[in-house]
Design a protein around this ligand. Structure first.
Ligand code: GUN
Length: 284
């Protein structure tokens, strides 16, 4: 029978640790500021951005909010980013994704100073992660590492299978698990005989974006299962990429949806904001 990995509890601990560090910096006269940029009217993005601002309030990080209309041009957004890059009072810059279709997302992410890239999406930070240099790490995979470590999961030498190869989760997750000495396999929609591969996983990390796709046949007895997906079902309830009821009895540990990976992303964003102080200082 499985135990739950409580993302709500672990994220609350991390936010409390961040709050203490922010207070300690404040005593030294150092204030931490996050600029949050939202373009357009995507309702889910508005909720995420609001939660990020609330977490800032809780931890004592100052947040600056930029809410721009749907018609904002790429040039206008680039101008704002340049201004924030040059502002010594701003530690971190977060541009909420997705952006309106008329704006080239990668061009915007590339324009954010790598020293203020608290999302860890800039090519320089992605590269730093892959060669083991210091830098910002993408918040969701960074949070999954914390969930595993704080739940006492041994990673070294384990078979870790990741389902999904996105730039935000799958790829950085693979790099992080490698850094923790796991033997890593990355699978995706074109993988042949996925079940055969996932059945070898001691740690299975699912970020495929399909509700309840991972059923019991995909999971080895005693595996640790991390579910990154979040979907609203017709009955109004939330579910993940994993069929929780079917899979949970088979694993040793599993993250629920909601209350698993979700709350960790914002906690790690707060952690990255704290890390910005050292990252910016080291570059001076
Ligand atoms: N949209 C969905 N997830 C994220 C995230 O982690 N960061 C940003 N900036 N946008 C997102």
């Amino acid at each position: 029978m499985s135990e739950i990995i409580d993302g709500k509890k672990i994220s609350a601990q991390i936010k409390d640790e961040v709050k203490e560090k922010v207070a300690a910096y404040a005593k030294e006269g150092i204030e931490i500021t996050l600029a949050v940029v939202l373009v357009g009217n995507d309702p889910a993005s508005a909720v995420y951005v609001n939660n990020k601002k609330k977490a800032c309030e809780y931890t004592g990080i100052k947040s600056l909010s930029y809410e721009l209309p749907e018609e904002t041009t790429e040039e206008e957004l680039l101008e704002l980013i340049e201004k924030l890059n040059a502002d010594d009072k701003v530690n971190g810059i977060l541009v909420q994704l997705p952006l309106p279709k008329a704006i080239d997302e990668q061009k915007i992410l590339d324009a954010i100073s790598p020293l203020k890239d608290v999302d860890g999406f800039h090519p320089q930070n992605v590269g730093a992660l892959s060669i083991g240099k210091k830098g910002y790490v993408s918040c969701t995979p960074f949070g999954i590492i914390e969930l595993l470590k704080r739940s006492g999961v041994e990673i070294t030498g384990k078979n870790a299978v990741i389902i999904g190869r996105s730039n935000i989760v799958g790829k950085p997750m693979a790099m992080l698990m490698l850094r923790e000495n796991a033997t890593v396999t990355v699978t995706h929609s074109k993988t042949v005989d996925l079940k055969n591969v996932t059945n070898k996983a001691d740690i299975l990390i699912v970020a495929i974006g399909k509700p309840k796709m991972i059923t019991a046949e995909y999971v080895k007895d005693g595996a640790v299962v991390i579910d990154v997906g979040i979907h609203r079902m017709d009955n109004g309830k939330l579910c993940g990429d994993v069929d929780y009821e079917a899979v949970a009895p088979k694993c040793s540990l599993i993250t629920p949806v909601p209350g698993g990976v979700g709350p960790m992303t914002i906690a790690m964003l707060m952690q990255n904001c704290v890390n910005s102080v050292e990252i910016i200082k080291a570059a001076k």
